[in-house]
Design a binder for this molecule. Structure first.
Ligand code: MN
Length: 191
């Protein structure tokens, strides 16, 4: 059952009279569609990329300081953050300074994903994989295509590109492809 409880932490951190971020009503489970992912670049007091996966009607989220890499040798720290509402996937704008997460946000990449997590040859549901601390997914985005793994290490997680045909040690997309996939703006273009 998807209820508003999953988004209580999201609500509690924000003053919706001050921020233009979406005010969630409740989790929204979309039927029949592939689950989506979104990566938002966030020029907050500490610059990071927010990596979000649709799971059971909300966007399960991590803050990745260096952003995703296409090089399987890179282990990218991913700090779990509160679940976000589905409406957040299209949010771009500037959160006022002094508010939680103050700074500019763009949609850096968006698409759908497939669960690749298996145990003894059987698919492990995403929610179970997250509870177990290991998830493998195939991203079909605009900038990112291929397999990535998320593995829990203590309080944090590590995001790593899987060794597949889309691995590329030289691409560095977080540096070379900085424009929003929705509006063509970079975080520097926002006020
Ligand atoms: Mn953020």
């Amino acid at each position: 059952m998807v209820g508003p409880d999953k988004l209580d932490r999201y609500r509690a951190k924000r003053d919706f009279g001050s921020t233009a971020e979406p005010r969630p009503t409740r989790g929204r489970r979309r039927k029949g569609a592939d689950p989506m992912f979104v990566i938002q670049e966030h020029a907050a007091s500490s610059h990071h990329f927010d990596f979000r996966l649709e799971v059971d009607g909300v966007l399960v989220s991590w803050a990745v300081p260096k952003g995703p890499s296409t090089d399987p040798r890179d282990k990218r720290l991913a700090v779990p953050t509160e679940d976000h509402p589905m409406e957040y996937a299209s949010f771009e704008g500037t959160i006022p300074h002094g508010e939680y997460g103050g700074g500019s946000v763009i949609v850096w990449d968006v698409g759908v994903y497939r669960n690749l997590t298996e145990h003894d040859g059987a698919e492990v549901p995403v929610a179970d994989a997250l509870a177990d601390g290991h998830l493998s997914i195939w991203l079909d985005g605009i900038k990112l295509i291929g397999g990535w793994s998320l593995t829990r290490t203590g309080d944090n997680w590590i995001l790593v590109k899987r060794r597949d045909e889309r691995a590329d040690a030289r691409r560095r997309p977080t540096s070379t492809q900085r424009k929003s996939v929705l509006t063509g703006r970079t975080v520097d273009d926002l006020p």
